[in-house]
Write a protein that binds this ligand. Structure first.
Ligand code: MN
Length: 279
């Protein structure tokens, strides 16, 4: 790795509430950092108290971007305006391209007293904002698990060099050419991942603590990475994080709740289309 990335900024996630009172930790999409092009929001939901989330995210719209749900524990039942319905179980991924518009509900369900996971919002370039909605629902058994010495990788998007060659994640055809890897390090473990230069990249630590490019990042913290062609992760005590990267879009962002477009006029149109049932 000729040009290793470093941590350029660490942000402690904020406890927030969304949907019908779901408690979560938000790191991107707050007053501290409203966006990290192409990423618009990152929520880590997780609690053992059902009262914190059981009312879920009742029917709501999206237009102009993608929502990515990754379940660690528990389940999320989803239902939408295209007639699709399903349950995301532990380890599953849903990469939803809202495009011109979708109305859906996301209702968490506990399994063995646990419910946790992530929701990431990924922007779409102007040319794709009004595309036909698309779902990639990926079952846990279709997420490759790469077991290295003292490191276990779950490859959602992008590819990883395994013992027998490159292993690609199941998510494909996304405009921002994303990387999304769940990295679990045993005590003393380490992992080095290549990231294309120019991609925006971050690491969010959700268990233990991880040394990211030479800097310690504790649980519940987001580490934004400088540019470069890779990042080294290691941990003395053990830890688990998501490593996410994507190509920046570099276009104006007009944002109003669940609508993310390029101009205020397009936002007004989105609100009008939703209110008149034209999603
Ligand atoms: Mn949603």
């Amino acid at each position: 790795m000729s040009n290793p990335r470093k941590v350029s900024r660490i942000i402690l996630s904020q406890i927030a509430s969304d949907g019908a009172g779901v408690k979560l930790r938000r790191s991107i999409g707050t007053g501290q950092i409203s966006e990290l092009d192409p990423f618009l929001l990152l929520d880590n939901f997780g609690t053992e108290n059902p009262d914190d989330y059981i009312a879920g995210f009742p029917s709501h719209p999206h237009r102009g971007f993608e929502t990515v749900t990754y379940m660690i524990d528990g389940q999320m039942r989803h239902k939408d305006s295209t007639g699709a319905e399903g349950v995301l179980g532990p380890g599953s991924v849903q990469w939803m391209t809202a495009g011109r518009g979708i109305v859906h509900s996301e209702m968490p369900e506990q399994t063995e007293g646990k419910m946790s996971g992530f929701q990431l919002w990924v922007n779409l370039p102007a040319k794709d904002k009004m595309c036909k909605p698309r779902y990639q629902n990926i079952d846990p058994e279709d997420v490759p698990v790469v077991a290295l010495e003292k490191a276990t990788l779950r490859v959602l998007a992008g590819s990883v060099k395994g013992p027998d060659g490159m292993i690609a994640g199941p998510v494909t055809g996304v405009a921002t050419d994303p990387i999304y890897i769940d990295v679990a390090l045993a005590p003393g473990g380490g992992y080095l991942h290549k990231i294309p230069e120019g991609h925006t990249a971050f690491v969010y630590v959700f268990e233990g603590s991880i040394d990211v490019g030479g800097r310690t990042v504790d649980q519940h913290n987001l580490a934004i990475l400088s540019d470069g062609n890779g990042i080294s992760l290691s941990s003395e005590e053990g830890g688990r994080a998501i490593l996410v990267a994507g190509r920046p879009i570099g276009e104006p962002v007009a944002r109003y709740g669940p609508f993310v477009m390029n101009s205020n006029e397009e936002i007004r149109q989105a609100v009008h289309d939703f209110q008149t049932g034209n999603f």
